[in-house]
Design a protein around this ligand. Structure first.
Ligand code: FMN
Length: 420
């Protein structure tokens, strides 16, 4: 079976030294079939069971095994290995690795990467049943679970040693299902935030980025309006990330309850027509990101005074279409920014609607998300997005909105460079 359920997910797979290590090779294949990028660390003991060459061939990546290798540090430091992953997977998780993790040891590359991360770890234990049932292992598993580690298996069955009981590693497809489930949740552990040292290079330096964010309010009368549930969190996070990347940022925001991000020029508007006017005034820009949830319709005739209850039942509101801000910027004959990105918040057929929007509005990228009931996207802190462009669809795992913003800004910089 193949598919794209893990499209663009970045997995750091740590292979421990157990008989089940051979199944980790199949796991690499299964993860990659579904679109994941897999980078492998092998422990010293793991190399007694499977070769780094097999893991490198199946992952199409260099396999890492040495904490003190100077070339590896130059190419990809040990901290960067876990930072560049969405999820860490340990398979097979030996009794020894579980014990070292539970005690916070960092005496080889595998355990150092496992300790130097704020990402979740999924363990697939595999060991002799007496090792698994030993109070020391059970104590270590309980400690790791308390720390937020996820487990899949072990299952019951016949062991390589001939005994029968719990300790067999979960099958690769069951581990894949556990990876998918883990990625559907936020993958960052609730640790205190760590400030990153400012970098010299600012990918959006010298670029004007124009962003819309939040909902619009369409007045019915002087006291009432039609609104939607957009909180502005995602658009504001993109504005903050673009500013941090060195861009001059203009943020045109509908009414929101969150503060303006630092370092951006914020313009506050209420209705779709005001938003369009502010956007037109702020042009020209190099990049336009339409993240606002702009009302499709407004009330045709706004009451001059507060509408009153009458004997003839409720008033009927006639709605007329609002201007299409995204389409008008994307199709501007003289002032179209080099990169135009729209958002599609949908409750059904998310990808089909997004593709349709990409073509109809003539933008370069649509960031599509499901905002249906129960997704918690509107107003929430996380987002699960699909990037739809003429090249296809790239689905990201569930991420904090600030992480979606940081990744999107990297993409915007690359798109701006490609458009030059
Ligand atoms: C033939 C053989 C099979 C082993 N199988 C396992 C196993 O399935 N699970 C386990 O936890 N340890 C197993 N061990 C012991 C580990 O290899 C040993 O604890 C090693 O130190 C683990 O290193 P690592 O955790 O760094 O990979 C096995 C050892 C041998 C010699």
């Amino acid at each position: 079976m193949s598919g794209t359920s893990l499209s663009a997910a970045r997995i750091l797979l740590i292979i421990g030294g157990g008989v089940a290590a051979y199944k980790a090779l199949d796991l690499i294949r299964r993860l990659r079939e579904r679109g994941a990028k897999v980078r492998v660390i092998m422990t010293r003991a793991a190399k007694q069971f499977v070769t780094p060459l097999s893991a490198a061939s199946l992952s199409s990546e260099k396999v890492y095994d040495d904490l003190f290798s100077l070339t590896d540090e130059a190419e990809m430091g040990h901290i960067e290995l876990s930072r560049a992953a969405d999820l860490l997977v340990v398979a097979p998780a030996t009794a020894d690795l579980i014990a070292r993790m539970a005690n916070g040891l960092a005496d080889d590359l595998a355990t150092t990467a496992l300790l130097a991360t704020d990402k979740k770890t999924l363990l697939a234990p595999a060991m002799n049943l007496r090792m698994w049932l030993h109070p020391a292992t059970q104590r270590n598993v309980a400690t790791l679970q308390k720390d937020g580690a996820l487990f899949v298996g072990p299952t019951e069955g016949e062991m390589a040693c001939g005994e029968f009981g719990p300790g067999r590693m979960a099958e690769p497809l069951d581990i894949v299902a556990a990876v998918e489930a883990a990625l559907a949740e936020p993958t960052t552990l609730p640790l205190p935030p760590v400030a990153r040292a400012p970098r010299d290079e600012k990918p959006l330096a010298g670029t004007h980025v124009l962003i819309t964010s939040g909902p619009t309010h369409e007045p019915i009368d002087p006291v009432r309006f039609i609104a939607n549930r957009s909180s502005g969190r995602q658009g504001h996070a993109i504005a903050a990330a673009a500013a941090a990347a060195g861009a001059r940022v203009t943020l045109v925001s509908g009414p929101v309850a969150i503060p303006d991000p630092p370092g951006v020029a914020a313009i506050h508007v209420e209705s779709a027509r005001e938003m369009l006017e502010a956007v037109e005034k702020a042009l020209p820009a190099d990049i336009f990101v339409a993240a606002a949830a702009v009302a499709d319709w407004r009330v045709a005739e706004i009451g001059a005074n507060k509408l009153k209850k009458g004997s003839s039942g409720g008033p009927s509101l006639k709605l007329v279409e609002n201007p299409d801000i995204l389409a008008s910027v994307a199709q501007s004959p003289s002032r179209r920014p080099a990169v135009v990105v729209g958002f599609a918040a949908e409750t059904e057929n998310v990808l089909a609607h997004a593709r349709d929007k990409l073509l109809k509005k003539k933008c370069d990228l649509i960031v599509a998300n499901d905002v249906g009931e129960g997704t918690g996207v509107f107003g929430g802190r996380t987002n699960l997005v699909h990037l739809v462009s003429k090249d296809g669809v790239e689905s990201w795992p569930s991420l904090d909105k600030s992480e979606v913003a940081a990744r999107l800004v990297e993409r915007l910089a690359a798109m701006r460079d490609a458009a030059k």
